[in-house]
Design a protein. Structure first.
Length: 117
């Protein structure tokens, strides 16, 4: 059973930055696709960014140029650097591990990001 533990959320002013972290409890972290998703109140969960085992990234249009996903395979950790934050980025952010072995999706508990002055 894979467990994902997120950290780094909080309250930030518009234009500010935050970095989210997600640590995964798996012995073969490097081969899986990692991702960040978010869900705002009253809205469906949406993809923010993904990063696969070959270092190929995918971003939602709304965050391109502002957010960067990265991973440290030695630490079994994926990061989401968020710059130039906007109020519309306010949401609960979820870490995702998509297993390329089983095609199963694992989710973290979520971390709140609030962008407000």
């Amino acid at each position: 059973q894979v467990q994902l533990v997120e950290s780094g959320g909080g309250l930030v002013q518009p234009g500010g930055s935050l970095r989210l972290s997600c640590a995964a409890s798996t012995s073969i972290f490097s081969i899986h696709t990692m991702g960040w998703y978010r869900q705002a109140p009253g809205k469906e969960r949406e993809l923010v960014a993904t990063l696969n085992g070959r270092s190929v990234t995918n971003y939602a249009d709304s965050v391109k140029g502002r957010f960067t996903i990265s991973r440290d395979n030695a630490k079994n950790t994926v990061y989401l650097q968020m710059n130039s934050l906007k109020p519309e980025d306010t949401a609960v952010y979820y870490c995702n591990l998509h297993s390329i072995v089983t095609n199963y999706d694992y989710w973290g508990q979520g971390t709140q990001v609030t962008v407000s002055s």
